[in-house]
Design a binder for this molecule. Structure first.
Ligand SMILES: Cc1cc2nc3c(=O)[nH]c(=O)nc-3n(C[C@H](O)[C@H](O)[C@H](O)COP(=O)(O)OP(=O)(O)OC[C@H]3O[C@@H](n4cnc5c(N)ncnc54)[C@H](O)[C@@H]3O)c2cc1C
Length: 549
């Protein structure tokens, strides 16, 4: 069962003014947006069938993928099996995971890891065998990692090498997706902005969205600056369905040093025996869950939040002083702490939770197809049904590999199997209304948006505050989304506003607690049978209605 919610949030169809007669044009069989694990893997696969263009808004390595620490989950240990990986993923998903999607994920996992190794990725080994790490929710050691805590960097470098070695695969970096273009209800490509080339229309027979998540909606986040939800907002403007957008996973342990960026301290640190203590030096997790520090992430995040309130503190601490060989196993975290004069062998590491991983996203079928013809989606931007209401640690890089490959294959086959490319023969004009001239303080709205989302739509939620948040966002949108802005910062802000509103509305609509979505004004248990909450852009009416799946 899906609950369909039509959003009345008033967005223009296009954020920018363009006329195809005056813009530059690029033609390709398959267009991929994003150079993280999902986009890179999709592009490599699609290039087996035809020409591919990959567009990414920063450098190739500007992605969440590059920052991943813990590793990639795959049942490759002697004491492990795909069915055990399946069971763990389904249990953590709280009844909302799709069994078919999870089955495919866990069974394909070992092949995708072996493929990476063939492509030259270094993975950590002990006595010749894969060295597998442990993270919360996994019943065995199952996490493949690289150079200690630098799995993301190693993965993205391996994929980048492969991308640049692939024939007929062109990369446009520093090229910003503004909007999808559609012709007769079909996605026909995108309008982009490039600092050097200005506005361009990239016409594609098939477009694969792999633009990642939207952690920058919240003030506290592990996500890098690129994670502003642009692809999600653009897909929403195009008319694609977004699902379970209230499901944001908060990571319990982010380095908390006032004024510094919020860098993640991997869950693998607790997997290796790291303790959470308060400022009095007391371990407290056993008061909240029998699995203590290895309880699911949402439980640990809420416990920290609660403990901070009780002890009137700003942060708790990770104690890793007793872990032998910590510096070798976690060189990046050791270096990061040293930058702030924290010696992990002697000092406690100050941490608190922050927004980490978007479980919801563009609704897709197993092959990556979205609800809009010509548009596919994979990775964190997609909702495949794998993660249900809570993501099992280290399943997201895996999802990017497995479903990125599938989406690339589908797009490549469709594009070269007789699909048409409308190309510049179709005249397309944005037809935006004239933009009012009110001047805006973009950074101020940006900071205020992130603060209100952290305060009111964060780890613990309640109806009144969510209702208030929707009203605030609608007010800001009223004088921000009515304008045609001409900078990346402006478009990012408009996208953040759009995505934040969908998140707050969905969080308000789902009146019960399930998985990562915690409503303190509701009973703990989910009411009735599990359902997905789908948001569609509709300017005609906003009352939610139930529809068969
Ligand atoms: C600090 C950190 C640690 C993590 N550790 C792990 C881990 O150990 N294991 C695990 O499984 N998961 C981990 N995750 C989650 C995981 O990294 C992500 O879910 C995954 O990398 C998402 O991959 P992706 O390809 O979908 O998106 P991303 O890797 O985020 O890539 C998105 C791409 O889209 C581009 N893009 C975005 N907007 C636009 C636009 N407007 N125009 C053009 N391009 C655009 C971005 O520049 C980027 O290249 C971690 C996440 C973080 C932040």
């Amino acid at each position: 069962m899906d609950v369909i919610m039509a959003s009345l949030f008033d967005t223009r169809r296009y954020l920018t003014d363009f006329d195809s007669v005056r813009a530059g044009h690029v033609l390709t069989d398959v267009l991929v947006i994003g150079s993280g694990v999902a986009g890179a893997r999709a592009a490599i696969e699609a290039a087996r069938y035809g020409s591919v263009t990959l567009v990414t808004k920063g450098g190739f390595e500007d992605s969440c993928t590059h920052h991943a620490q813990g590793g990639i989950a795959a049942a490759m240990g002697e004491d492990d099996s795909s069915s055990a990986h399946f069971e763990d993923t389904m249990r953590v998903g709280c009844g909302l995971s799709s069994a078919q999607a999870v089955e495919y994920l866990v069974e394909d996992a070992p092949q995708r890891i072996e493929e990476l190794i063939r492509w030259g990725m270094h993975v950590d080994r002990a006595e010749g065998k894969l060295q597998l790490g442990r993270e919360g929710g996994h019943c065995v050691n199952r996490i493949v990692h690289a150079r200690g805590d630098q799995t993301g960097r190693e993965l993205s470098t391996t994929l980048m090498r492969r991308v640049y070695d692939t024939n007929d695969l062109r990369v446009f970096d520093r090229c910003f997706l503004i909007d999808f273009i559609d012709v007769e209800g079909r996605c026909a490509g995108v309008v982009t902005y490039h600092r050097q080339y200005g506005h361009q229309l990239i016409w594609a027979k098939q477009t694969v969205l792999a633009s990642g998540g939207c952690g920058r909606v919240w003030r506290e986040t592990t996500n890098p600056p690129v994670a502003t939800g642009d692809g999600l907002a653009a897909a929403f403007r195009l008319g694609a369905r977004l699902r379970d957008m209230e499901m944001m996973q908060f990571h319990p342990t982010t380095l908390y040093v006032a004024g510094a960026g919020r860098a993640l301290i991997s869950e693998a640190v607790r997997g290796e025996g790291g303790h959470l203590v308060d400022r009095g030096g007391n371990r407290f997790m056993q008061d909240y869950h029998t699995d203590s520090e290895l309880a699911p992430r949402d439980v640990v995040s809420r416990a920290i939040q609660e403990h901070l309130l009780q002890t009137r503190s700003n942060c708790v601490f990770l104690d890793v002083r007793h872990i032998k060989g910590f510096q070798k196993r976690f060189p990046k975290i050791t270096e990061l702490c040293a930058d702030f004069e924290i010696d992990v062998a002697r000092d406690l590491i100050p941490v608190r939770p922050s927004a980490h991983y978007l479980i919801g996203g563009v609704v897709v079928e197993r092959d990556g197809s979205s609800s809009v013809d010509g548009l596919l989606c994979c990775g964190e931007a997609a909702s495949t049904g794998v993660h249900g209401a809570n993501r099992l640690a280290s399943n997201s890089l895996l999802e990017g590999l497995v479903y990125g490959k599938l989406a690339g294959e589908t797009a490549g086959q469709r594009a070269t199997g007789g699909g048409t490319n409308r190309g510049p023969l179709t005249r397309l004009v944005s037809e935006n209304p004239v933009s009012p001239r009110t001047s805006l303080d973009l950074p101020d709205i940006h900071q205020s948006l992130r603060s209100v989302m952290w305060r009111n739509a964060g780890i613990v939620r309640q109806a009144d505050r969510l209702r208030e948040t929707c009203e605030i966002l609608e007010f800001w949108a009223h004088f921000t989304l009515d304008k045609t802005l001409d900078s990346v910062a402006g478009w990012e802000l408009q996208n953040l506003l759009t995505v934040a509103h969908v998140i707050a509305r969905s969080a308000l609509e789902r009146g019960e607690s399930v998985g990562v979505h915690w409503r303190e004004d509701a009973s703990e248990k989910q009411v009735g049978s599990p359902y997905h909450l789908v948001t569609v852009r509709d300017t005609r009416g906003s009352s939610p209605k139930r529809a068969g799946h």
